[in-house]
Design a protein around this ligand. Sequence first.
Ligand SMILES: Nc1ncnc2c1ncn2[C@@H]1O[C@H](COP(=O)(O)OP(=O)(O)OP(=O)(O)O)[C@@H](O)[C@H]1O
Ligand SMILES: CC(C)(CO)[C@@H](O)C(=O)[O-]
Ligand code: BAL
Length: 287
Amino acid sequence: MQVVHSIADLRTRIKEYRRKHDQSVGFVPTMGYLHEGHVSLLRKARTQSGLVVLSIFVNPLQFGPGEDFERYPRNTEKDLQLAEAAGADLVFMPTVDEMYPTPIRTTVSVTGLTSRLCGASRPGHFDGVATVVSKLFHIVQPDQAFFGLKDAQQIAVIEQMVQDLNLDIEIVPCPTLREADGLAMSSRNVYLSEQERKQALVLSQSLEKVKEFIQSHPSFSSEELVQLVSSHISTAPLATIDYVEALGYPTLEPFEIGHHPASIIVALAVKFGKTRLIDNLIIQVRK
Ligand SMILES: Nc1ncnc2c1ncn2[C@@H]1O[C@H](COP(=O)(O)OP(=O)(O)OP(=O)(O)O)[C@@H](O)[C@H]1O
Ligand SMILES: CC(C)(CO)[C@@H](O)C(=O)[O-]
Ligand code: BAL
């Protein structure tokens, strides 16, 4: 496994690989502090791509004022061990100056899909994501890029960007990995106190309740799902709901009772103290 810090170096190595091999380049973009969720993306890439490229970059552009950019967890040594064990070939770890050498004047903005959920509660977040992912896609020029469904809105936004900008990249959505008790794995779980960690279980539990409810109530309304999730989360005294919504996926459009889209998402963001966690459930609905 090779580790590179400069864009020029990364490009040279990828070009060299492409010259010698007639195989695809797979790309896994991350912000580091790797866990089994990230590892699952790398393993998936390993099975589908000839060259597996991982990027580790905490992108300042996608953090709002007062968010956790400065204190976002970092552990390069452990990240590199996990990346190597999972089969990464090339790790790109640029500095902020390498990615943004001058004040940024060109950004990528995906409209519509970003008006709800995390787009509404983190204004500017998806412009930061679309801009950095677009830059990374131009630098790496992958055939496939692997993203986790824990960030389901992010996948919808990236897929739209790829379609609108005619990028020749296959976006591969990968399932959310969970801790044994159900909590979705996240780099930010490390912020949780012992009490918060226990109470954070209400998130995955509330989504399990939605699964059961839908099976016995095939003509559910979005309001019923939101109410079910919100009331269960409210049993945790340390939880503050940022949003709970039930929408079509990947359109992220609201739906009316009796007119379910083929696929719906129940998505939530909840704060425990300063720590904001997200989770979701995507369900194929029988018509
Ligand atoms: N539990 C998980 N299972 C599968 N993929 C995941 C999981 N958590 C994150 N990912 C994916 O890993 C990629 C990099 O995400 P990122 O580095 O932001 O990790 P993260 O754990 O989601 O961090 P945070 O929750 O702090 O945003 C994204 O495509 C993300 O969807
Ligand atoms: C895709 C990404 C690496 C862009 O910074 C980030 O949003 C993430 O880790 O999900
Ligand atoms: N996984 C999304 C990155 C962020 O929260 O900024």
